[in-house]
Design a protein around this ligand. Sequence first.
Ligand SMILES: [Zn+2]
Length: 372
Amino acid sequence: MSTLIQYLTTIHFGTGAIQQIPSLLAEHSIRRPLLVTDRALVELGMPARVPMLPAAVFAEVSTNPTEQSVLDGLEMYRAHQCDSIVAIGGGSPIDCAKCIGLLVNHPQPLEQYAVIRGGMAKISANKPPLIAIPTTAGTGSEVGRAALITMANGEKLGVISPHLIPTVAICDPELTLELPARLTAATGMDAISHCVETFCSIRDNPVADAIAIDGLVRGIRSLRHAVENGTDIFHRREVMMASLQGGLTFQKGLGMIHSLSHPLGAVPRKQLHHGTLNAIFLPHVLRYNAKAAAEKMQRIAHGVGLRTADELPDFFTSYVRDIGLPTRLSELHVTLTDLDGIAAAAMRDHSTASNPRTMCESDCDALLQIAL
Ligand SMILES: [Zn+2]
């Protein structure tokens, strides 16, 4: 079986990288960009830090973006005759922007492009340019192929295609300096879980493995410092690099952590943070996968300074607690009733296929109970 290895994305990385915007707009002949962001970032004055004049600003993106927010953004794109999209924010505005851009030249409904509906083949390169500017260090969406959208029927589905990778990613760690400690920790754990899951994925891609293990070590080393002292630009930069590296390895596929956090994150009455859920599931999934990925686990253990892989789950539980995140779902007020149907949805998730150990619904159920 052959392996698909696809690089490179154009990335401007470093302090002050956002100042590249005017020359990038000129380079891509962009005249009327739609700026996609969210309300919280507008209140923080973040859009004003992008040196450009947008044709319109779309800020109605919720945490865990919905199909409706994509359609609202598309309407604004058309009403203002936009020719491109600039997305600034965490994973939600960037994922939403990817799907707004997709629907500019691809017919609706959006759900037909979900990867588990066979949508990847329907997505062509016929899309307006997208410049992605992350303000959190975690999702890696700025260089990733996926957009996670809660569809009108309530299912959180991955729309995935190499054509969804933003035209340019601008990673400027200065934009993360004001991120509160809790969000720094939660988004950082998302990045670390991407590195762990892609590294352990069953797909053979040594190039991505090298990136994933480097990102994991870098993230573990710096995240606690970035949480403790948010203005430390060195550690902010390191965590942003770990996030970028996690995103660059998505092509290997994720695993059980994401299979579980995607459907639980889609429970509408809860609005649970994706990275926080991953942080909770991480130690349990490491235990579950231990035998199936023994050699990889050993390499992770060495990378984070442990002697044996057996120590990994406890190491991560302590790490998550030390950076101020919950280690149990009940701390997020998740109840047994909220877990109804999550195991079945996890089995349908696109991340399940690349988990190193074959999963079944009862395994997912058992793991959810343990994590509760
Ligand atoms: Zn994630």
